[in-house]
Write a protein that binds this ligand. Structure first.
Ligand code: ZN
Length: 197
């Protein structure tokens, strides 16, 4: 069925790996770099802007992102956006939120592990994130806008949290039917796409 093609799978809601605490990466090896490449390829194939290792079934603290710059050219970019936006796609090893700032903002989120379901999630607008780059550099920097949102969403995955765990009761009730159906289906099939090699 997948002859001559490469098969990519993303774990969907209901898969236990998505509710586990991921293990820190103690040493960055060529395998880590290879895994990050594979994750970027998967993220692009599924049209995502972020992917965490648990989403492909690996309970490790590795995240890849490809966040676009804000469309409004007049917004003031945070130091994190200034540094990181032109390095996309970017891999973050052992990323963590050091602190949050700004007001709480609501924004619609989706997730490759929750295909077809979107809901409003309230999160702090800015975060200071700490991570190790694949080149073994320790980076701690403040991020704003979509980058801050994406990092919070992806780092949640490393702690077994999916955006659907963070909904208001009204939003949770609104998507409950769809989510229950996805979880029931997810036990049989994960989310698969194939691409010609
Ligand atoms: Zn996600």
């Amino acid at each position: 069925m997948f002859k001559g093609k490469k098969k990519y799978t993303v774990r969907t809601s209901g898969d236990p790996v998505l509710t586990q605490e991921a293990a820190p990466i103690l040493t960055i090896t060529p395998e880590t770099v290879e895994l990050a490449k594979q994750m970027v390829e998967t993220m692009y194939l599924f049209d995502g802007i972020g992917l965490a290792a648990p989403q492909i079934g690996l309970s490790q603290q590795l995240v890849v992102i490809d966040v676009p710059a804000p469309e409004d050219k007049d917004v003031v970019l945070s130091p994190g956006e200034e540094l990181l936006l032109h390095q996309m796609p970017l891999a973050l090893v052992n990323p963590r939120i050091v602190s949050t700032a700004g007001k709480m903002v609501s924004r619609e989120e989706g997730c490759l592990s929750v295909p077809g379901i979107y809901a409003e999630v309230v999160r702090p607008e800015r975060v200071v994130v700490h991570f190790t780059s694949l080149a073994n550099q320790e980076i701690e920097i403040e991020c704003d806008h979509l980058l801050a949102r994406c990092l919070q969403h992806e780092i949640d995955h490393l702690h077994g949290v999916v955006f659907t765990d963070r909904l208001s009761p009204a939003e949770a009730a609104r998507i409950d039917g769809e989510l229950t159906k996805l979880r029931a289906d997810g036990k049989r099939v994960n989310y698969i796409r194939v691409k010609k090699k």
